[in-house]
Design a protein. Sequence first.
Length: 353
Amino acid sequence: MTLTMNSIWPSADDWQQRLRDAITDPRELLAQLALPPSLAESGHPAARQFPLRVPQPFIDRMRRGDSNDPLLLQVLPQVAEMQQVPGFSTDPLAELGSTPRNGLIHKYHDRVLLIASGGCAINCRYCFRRHFPYQENQLGPTQWQEVLTYIRAHTELREVIFSGGDPLVTTDQRLGRMIADLAAIPHLTRVRIHSRLPIVIPSRVTATLAAGLTATRLQPVLVLHCNHPQEVDAEVRDAVRRLRDASITVLNQAVLLRGINDRVEILRELSETLFSAGALPYYLFVLDAVAGAAHFDIADRDAQRLMAELQAVLPGYLLPRLAREIPGRPSKTLLLPEHAVEKLAVDAGTGSL
Ligand SMILES: *Cc1c(COP(=O)(O)O)cnc(C)c1O
Ligand code: SF4
Protein backbone atom coordinates (compact mmCIF):
# COMPACT_ATOMS: atom_id res chain seq x y z
CA MET A 1 0.00 0.00 0.00
CA THR A 2 1.19 3.52 -0.72
CA LEU A 3 0.30 6.06 1.91
CA THR A 4 -1.07 9.28 0.50
CA MET A 5 0.64 12.56 1.21
CA ASN A 6 -2.31 14.27 2.87
CA SER A 7 -2.42 11.86 5.83
CA ILE A 8 -0.34 12.37 8.95
CA TRP A 9 0.02 9.03 10.68
CA PRO A 10 0.33 8.79 14.47
CA SER A 11 3.26 6.96 16.04
CA ALA A 12 2.64 3.27 16.63
CA ASP A 13 2.86 3.42 20.42
CA ASP A 14 0.66 6.48 21.06
CA TRP A 15 -2.58 4.51 21.20
CA GLN A 16 -1.13 1.84 23.46
CA GLN A 17 -0.09 4.49 25.94
CA ARG A 18 -3.58 6.02 25.83
CA LEU A 19 -5.10 2.58 26.30
CA ARG A 20 -2.96 1.95 29.41
CA ASP A 21 -3.76 5.43 30.75
CA ALA A 22 -7.55 5.01 30.48
CA ILE A 23 -9.39 6.42 33.50
CA THR A 24 -10.88 3.72 35.76
CA ASP A 25 -11.68 5.73 38.89
CA PRO A 26 -15.12 7.39 38.69
CA ARG A 27 -14.02 10.12 41.12
CA GLU A 28 -11.11 11.04 38.87
CA LEU A 29 -13.44 11.27 35.86
CA LEU A 30 -15.93 13.42 37.78
CA ALA A 31 -13.17 15.71 39.06
CA GLN A 32 -11.97 16.29 35.50
CA LEU A 33 -15.51 17.25 34.52
CA ALA A 34 -16.01 19.53 37.55
CA LEU A 35 -18.85 17.29 38.78
CA PRO A 36 -19.52 16.29 42.42
CA PRO A 37 -17.93 13.00 43.58
CA SER A 38 -21.33 12.00 45.00
CA LEU A 39 -22.37 11.03 41.45
CA ALA A 40 -19.89 8.16 41.72
CA GLU A 41 -20.82 6.87 45.19
CA SER A 42 -24.29 5.79 44.17
CA GLY A 43 -22.90 3.72 41.32
CA HIS A 44 -20.41 1.65 43.27
CA PRO A 45 -22.07 -1.82 43.16
CA ALA A 46 -22.50 -1.50 39.40
CA ALA A 47 -18.89 -0.38 39.05
CA ARG A 48 -17.67 -3.52 40.85
CA GLN A 49 -19.62 -5.74 38.49
CA PHE A 50 -18.47 -3.96 35.30
CA PRO A 51 -15.82 -1.33 36.07
CA LEU A 52 -15.62 2.16 34.69
CA ARG A 53 -13.13 2.44 31.87
CA VAL A 54 -12.77 5.45 29.57
CA PRO A 55 -9.78 6.77 27.59
CA GLN A 56 -8.79 10.41 27.82
CA PRO A 57 -9.52 11.40 24.18
CA PHE A 58 -13.18 10.42 24.76
CA ILE A 59 -13.33 12.34 28.06
CA ASP A 60 -11.95 15.40 26.25
CA ARG A 61 -15.19 15.53 24.22
CA MET A 62 -17.46 15.59 27.30
CA ARG A 63 -18.97 18.88 28.45
CA ARG A 64 -17.66 20.16 31.77
CA GLY A 65 -20.22 20.50 34.56
CA ASP A 66 -22.97 18.55 32.76
CA SER A 67 -24.03 15.38 34.59
CA ASN A 68 -26.32 14.52 31.65
CA ASP A 69 -23.59 14.72 29.05
CA PRO A 70 -24.39 12.07 26.40
CA LEU A 71 -20.83 10.74 26.40
CA LEU A 72 -20.59 10.61 30.18
CA LEU A 73 -23.89 8.72 30.45
CA GLN A 74 -22.48 5.99 28.22
CA VAL A 75 -19.64 5.20 30.63
CA LEU A 76 -20.57 6.23 34.18
CA PRO A 77 -21.82 3.34 36.38
CA GLN A 78 -25.36 4.01 37.63
CA VAL A 79 -27.43 2.48 40.46
CA ALA A 80 -30.18 1.78 37.91
CA GLU A 81 -27.94 -0.98 36.54
CA MET A 82 -28.46 -3.06 39.66
CA GLN A 83 -32.23 -3.36 39.13
CA GLN A 84 -33.42 -6.78 38.03
CA VAL A 85 -35.80 -6.24 35.12
CA PRO A 86 -37.84 -9.17 33.74
CA GLY A 87 -36.73 -10.09 30.23
CA PHE A 88 -33.22 -8.68 30.66
CA SER A 89 -30.62 -11.46 30.99
CA THR A 90 -26.86 -12.01 31.02
CA ASP A 91 -26.80 -13.77 27.62
CA PRO A 92 -29.59 -12.05 25.64
CA LEU A 93 -28.26 -13.22 22.27
CA ALA A 94 -27.86 -16.84 23.33
CA GLU A 95 -24.31 -16.72 21.99
CA LEU A 96 -23.08 -19.31 24.44
CA GLY A 97 -24.94 -21.95 22.42
CA SER A 98 -23.49 -21.08 18.99
CA THR A 99 -19.73 -21.17 19.33
CA PRO A 100 -18.60 -24.14 17.19
CA ARG A 101 -14.97 -23.32 18.08
CA ASN A 102 -13.64 -21.21 20.92
CA GLY A 103 -13.60 -17.61 19.75
CA LEU A 104 -15.79 -18.22 16.68
CA ILE A 105 -19.52 -17.53 16.28
CA HIS A 106 -21.18 -18.84 13.14
CA LYS A 107 -24.85 -17.84 13.15
CA TYR A 108 -25.32 -16.32 9.68
CA HIS A 109 -24.94 -18.22 6.42
CA ASP A 110 -21.93 -16.64 4.73
CA ARG A 111 -20.11 -14.82 7.51
CA VAL A 112 -18.50 -15.74 10.80
CA LEU A 113 -17.69 -13.58 13.76
CA LEU A 114 -14.37 -13.89 15.55
CA ILE A 115 -13.84 -12.94 19.15
CA ALA A 116 -10.42 -11.57 18.25
CA SER A 117 -9.89 -9.95 21.64
CA GLY A 118 -11.57 -10.04 25.00
CA GLY A 119 -10.71 -6.51 25.99
CA CYS A 120 -12.11 -3.09 25.16
CA ALA A 121 -10.65 0.39 25.37
CA ILE A 122 -13.89 1.64 26.93
CA ASN A 123 -16.61 -0.01 28.97
CA CYS A 124 -19.99 1.04 27.58
CA ARG A 125 -22.71 0.58 30.18
CA TYR A 126 -25.27 -0.73 27.67
CA CYS A 127 -22.92 -3.33 26.21
CA PHE A 128 -24.47 -6.72 25.52
CA ARG A 129 -21.10 -8.34 26.16
CA ARG A 130 -20.80 -7.11 29.71
CA HIS A 131 -21.43 -10.63 31.01
CA PHE A 132 -19.72 -12.58 28.23
CA PRO A 133 -17.21 -15.22 29.41
CA TYR A 134 -14.24 -13.91 27.40
CA GLN A 135 -11.79 -15.99 29.38
CA GLU A 136 -13.25 -19.14 27.80
CA ASN A 137 -13.11 -17.62 24.33
CA GLN A 138 -9.47 -16.61 23.96
CA LEU A 139 -7.92 -17.15 20.55
CA GLY A 140 -4.51 -18.69 21.22
CA PRO A 141 -2.33 -20.21 18.45
CA THR A 142 -3.98 -23.64 18.78
CA GLN A 143 -7.52 -22.22 18.71
CA TRP A 144 -6.56 -20.05 15.73
CA GLN A 145 -5.54 -23.15 13.74
CA GLU A 146 -8.88 -24.74 14.66
CA VAL A 147 -10.71 -21.60 13.51
CA LEU A 148 -8.85 -21.68 10.17
CA THR A 149 -9.73 -25.36 9.74
CA TYR A 150 -13.39 -24.58 10.40
CA ILE A 151 -13.45 -21.67 7.92
CA ARG A 152 -11.64 -23.75 5.26
CA ALA A 153 -14.22 -26.51 5.62
CA HIS A 154 -17.17 -24.10 5.33
CA THR A 155 -16.99 -23.07 1.68
CA GLU A 156 -20.22 -21.06 2.00
CA LEU A 157 -18.30 -18.45 4.01
CA ARG A 158 -17.41 -15.18 2.25
CA GLU A 159 -16.58 -12.84 5.09
CA VAL A 160 -14.79 -12.96 8.43
CA ILE A 161 -15.77 -10.35 10.99
CA PHE A 162 -13.29 -9.39 13.70
CA SER A 163 -15.24 -8.54 16.81
CA GLY A 164 -14.69 -8.84 20.53
CA GLY A 165 -14.45 -7.12 22.88
CA ASP A 166 -12.75 -4.70 20.56
CA PRO A 167 -10.56 -6.42 17.96
CA LEU A 168 -8.36 -3.34 17.60
CA VAL A 169 -7.08 -3.76 21.17
CA THR A 170 -4.90 -6.38 19.45
CA THR A 171 -1.56 -5.38 17.91
CA ASP A 172 -1.24 -4.55 14.21
CA GLN A 173 1.21 -7.43 13.84
CA ARG A 174 -1.20 -10.06 15.19
CA LEU A 175 -4.10 -8.65 13.16
CA GLY A 176 -1.98 -8.53 10.00
CA ARG A 177 -0.91 -12.15 10.43
CA MET A 178 -4.49 -13.30 10.99
CA ILE A 179 -5.72 -11.47 7.89
CA ALA A 180 -2.87 -12.95 5.83
CA ASP A 181 -3.86 -16.45 7.02
CA LEU A 182 -7.47 -15.78 6.05
CA ALA A 183 -6.50 -14.46 2.61
CA ALA A 184 -5.08 -17.90 1.82
CA ILE A 185 -8.60 -19.38 2.05
CA PRO A 186 -9.95 -19.10 -1.53
CA HIS A 187 -13.70 -18.79 -0.81
CA LEU A 188 -13.29 -15.72 1.44
CA THR A 189 -13.66 -12.32 -0.25
CA ARG A 190 -13.94 -9.79 2.58
CA VAL A 191 -12.59 -9.02 6.00
CA ARG A 192 -14.54 -6.79 8.37
CA ILE A 193 -13.51 -5.11 11.61
CA HIS A 194 -16.09 -3.91 14.15
CA SER A 195 -14.39 -1.41 16.45
CA ARG A 196 -15.06 1.51 18.72
CA LEU A 197 -11.34 2.30 18.99
CA PRO A 198 -11.08 4.80 16.08
CA ILE A 199 -13.74 6.79 17.97
CA VAL A 200 -12.44 6.54 21.53
CA ILE A 201 -8.68 6.58 20.72
CA PRO A 202 -8.37 7.91 17.15
CA SER A 203 -4.58 7.46 17.11
CA ARG A 204 -5.35 3.72 16.95
CA VAL A 205 -5.59 4.20 13.19
CA THR A 206 -1.89 3.70 12.49
CA ALA A 207 -0.10 3.24 9.18
CA THR A 208 0.64 -0.40 10.05
CA LEU A 209 -3.04 -1.05 10.78
CA ALA A 210 -4.08 0.38 7.41
CA ALA A 211 -1.28 -1.60 5.74
CA GLY A 212 -2.36 -4.85 7.43
CA LEU A 213 -5.98 -4.33 6.42
CA THR A 214 -5.11 -3.64 2.79
CA ALA A 215 -2.16 -6.01 2.29
CA THR A 216 -4.19 -8.93 0.93
CA ARG A 217 -6.75 -9.56 -1.80
CA LEU A 218 -9.53 -9.46 0.83
CA GLN A 219 -11.65 -6.30 0.64
CA PRO A 220 -11.50 -4.48 3.97
CA VAL A 221 -14.51 -2.95 5.71
CA LEU A 222 -14.33 -1.14 9.03
CA VAL A 223 -17.53 -0.60 11.01
CA LEU A 224 -17.17 2.17 13.56
CA HIS A 225 -19.31 2.35 16.65
CA CYS A 226 -20.39 5.93 17.31
CA ASN A 227 -23.67 6.82 19.04
CA HIS A 228 -23.68 10.60 19.23
CA PRO A 229 -22.41 13.44 16.99
CA GLN A 230 -20.47 14.87 19.94
CA GLU A 231 -18.21 11.79 19.73
CA VAL A 232 -16.84 13.03 16.40
CA ASP A 233 -14.11 15.65 16.79
CA ALA A 234 -11.21 16.71 14.54
CA GLU A 235 -9.08 13.75 15.69
CA VAL A 236 -11.82 11.27 14.77
CA ARG A 237 -12.25 12.97 11.39
CA ASP A 238 -8.53 12.60 10.73
CA ALA A 239 -8.65 8.92 11.71
CA VAL A 240 -11.54 8.22 9.32
CA ARG A 241 -9.72 10.16 6.60
CA ARG A 242 -6.65 7.96 7.07
CA LEU A 243 -8.78 4.83 6.69
CA ARG A 244 -10.41 6.22 3.57
CA ASP A 245 -7.07 7.29 2.11
CA ALA A 246 -6.08 3.63 2.42
CA SER A 247 -9.25 2.67 0.43
CA ILE A 248 -10.97 1.04 3.40
CA THR A 249 -14.78 1.19 3.36
CA VAL A 250 -15.95 2.87 6.57
CA LEU A 251 -19.45 2.31 8.00
CA ASN A 252 -20.99 3.07 11.38
CA GLN A 253 -23.28 1.28 13.73
CA ALA A 254 -25.00 2.95 16.65
CA VAL A 255 -27.21 1.80 19.49
CA LEU A 256 -30.44 3.67 20.24
CA LEU A 257 -30.14 4.77 23.86
CA ARG A 258 -32.71 6.47 26.05
CA GLY A 259 -31.52 9.87 27.21
CA ILE A 260 -28.49 9.79 24.91
CA ASN A 261 -29.53 9.78 21.24
CA ASP A 262 -33.30 9.11 21.22
CA ARG A 263 -34.25 12.35 19.45
CA VAL A 264 -34.64 12.90 15.74
CA GLU A 265 -32.40 16.02 15.73
CA ILE A 266 -29.56 14.07 17.33
CA LEU A 267 -29.89 11.08 15.01
CA ARG A 268 -30.04 13.39 12.02
CA GLU A 269 -26.91 15.22 13.14
CA LEU A 270 -25.21 11.88 13.79
CA SER A 271 -25.80 10.74 10.19
CA GLU A 272 -24.78 14.13 8.76
CA THR A 273 -21.66 14.30 10.92
CA LEU A 274 -20.57 10.75 10.13
CA PHE A 275 -21.03 11.29 6.42
CA SER A 276 -19.11 14.55 6.45
CA ALA A 277 -16.31 12.64 8.22
CA GLY A 278 -16.37 9.89 5.57
CA ALA A 279 -18.44 7.12 7.21
CA LEU A 280 -21.81 5.82 6.06
CA PRO A 281 -24.55 4.95 8.59
CA TYR A 282 -25.11 1.16 8.58
CA TYR A 283 -27.14 -0.05 11.57
CA LEU A 284 -29.06 1.63 14.37
CA PHE A 285 -29.65 -1.14 16.88
CA VAL A 286 -32.39 -1.23 19.44
CA LEU A 287 -30.93 -2.30 22.74
CA ASP A 288 -30.24 -5.95 23.44
CA ALA A 289 -32.07 -7.01 26.59
CA VAL A 290 -28.93 -7.29 28.69
CA ALA A 291 -29.20 -7.22 32.47
CA GLY A 292 -28.07 -3.84 33.78
CA ALA A 293 -29.05 -1.81 30.71
CA ALA A 294 -32.86 -1.68 30.97
CA HIS A 295 -32.80 2.05 31.82
CA PHE A 296 -31.46 2.75 28.29
CA ASP A 297 -34.26 0.81 26.59
CA ILE A 298 -36.69 2.30 24.07
CA ALA A 299 -39.90 0.56 23.01
CA ASP A 300 -39.87 -0.73 19.41
CA ARG A 301 -42.89 1.42 18.57
CA ASP A 302 -41.06 4.58 19.71
CA ALA A 303 -37.93 3.56 17.81
CA GLN A 304 -39.99 3.03 14.66
CA ARG A 305 -41.67 6.41 15.09
CA LEU A 306 -38.24 8.04 15.41
CA MET A 307 -37.11 6.30 12.23
CA ALA A 308 -40.13 7.63 10.33
CA GLU A 309 -39.27 11.16 11.49
CA LEU A 310 -35.64 10.62 10.51
CA GLN A 311 -36.59 9.34 7.08
CA ALA A 312 -38.58 12.53 6.50
CA VAL A 313 -35.48 14.72 6.96
CA LEU A 314 -32.62 12.67 5.45
CA PRO A 315 -31.70 11.24 2.05
CA GLY A 316 -32.06 7.47 1.88
CA TYR A 317 -28.32 6.84 1.91
CA LEU A 318 -27.95 8.57 5.29
CA LEU A 319 -30.61 6.43 6.98
CA PRO A 320 -29.23 3.65 9.17
CA ARG A 321 -31.16 0.37 9.18
CA LEU A 322 -33.11 0.08 12.42
CA ALA A 323 -32.49 -3.47 13.58
CA ARG A 324 -32.37 -5.90 16.45
CA GLU A 325 -30.82 -9.26 16.98
CA ILE A 326 -33.24 -12.07 17.72
CA PRO A 327 -31.57 -15.35 18.74
CA GLY A 328 -32.14 -18.14 16.23
CA ARG A 329 -32.80 -15.89 13.22
CA PRO A 330 -30.54 -16.19 10.14
CA SER A 331 -29.79 -12.44 10.09
CA LYS A 332 -30.42 -9.25 12.01
CA THR A 333 -34.14 -8.39 12.06
CA LEU A 334 -35.04 -5.05 10.48
CA LEU A 335 -37.70 -2.82 12.05
CA LEU A 336 -39.56 -0.67 9.53
CA PRO A 337 -40.25 3.02 10.18
CA GLU A 338 -43.70 3.37 11.70
CA HIS A 339 -45.51 4.92 8.72
CA ALA A 340 -44.15 2.17 6.48
CA VAL A 341 -45.66 -0.42 8.81
CA GLU A 342 -49.06 1.29 8.67
CA LYS A 343 -48.86 1.73 4.90
CA LEU A 344 -48.17 -1.95 4.36
CA ALA A 345 -51.09 -2.87 6.60
CA VAL A 346 -53.43 -0.55 4.68
CA ASP A 347 -52.26 -1.84 1.32
CA ALA A 348 -52.67 -5.43 2.43
CA GLY A 349 -56.24 -4.58 3.50
CA THR A 350 -57.27 -3.08 0.13
CA GLY A 351 -55.38 -5.61 -1.95
CA SER A 352 -53.58 -2.88 -3.91
CA LEU A 353 -49.84 -2.54 -4.33
C1 LIG B 1 -24.29 -9.11 13.74
C2 LIG B 1 -23.59 -10.37 13.40
C3 LIG B 1 -23.00 -10.55 12.15
C4 LIG B 1 -23.00 -9.47 11.08
O1 LIG B 1 -24.26 -9.21 10.57
P1 LIG B 1 -24.39 -8.20 9.34
O2 LIG B 1 -25.85 -8.06 9.12
O3 LIG B 1 -23.65 -8.82 8.19
O4 LIG B 1 -23.74 -6.92 9.75
C5 LIG B 1 -22.42 -11.78 11.88
N1 LIG B 1 -22.39 -12.77 12.78
C6 LIG B 1 -22.95 -12.63 14.00
C7 LIG B 1 -22.89 -13.76 14.95
C8 LIG B 1 -23.54 -11.42 14.35
O5 LIG B 1 -24.07 -11.27 15.57
S1 SF4 C 1 -17.77 -4.28 22.89
FE1 SF4 C 1 -18.15 -2.22 22.04
S2 SF4 C 1 -20.02 -1.52 23.08
FE2 SF4 C 1 -19.17 -3.22 24.29
S3 SF4 C 1 -17.89 -2.25 25.85
FE3 SF4 C 1 -16.58 -2.82 24.10
S4 SF4 C 1 -16.51 -0.95 22.86
FE4 SF4 C 1 -18.26 -0.73 24.24
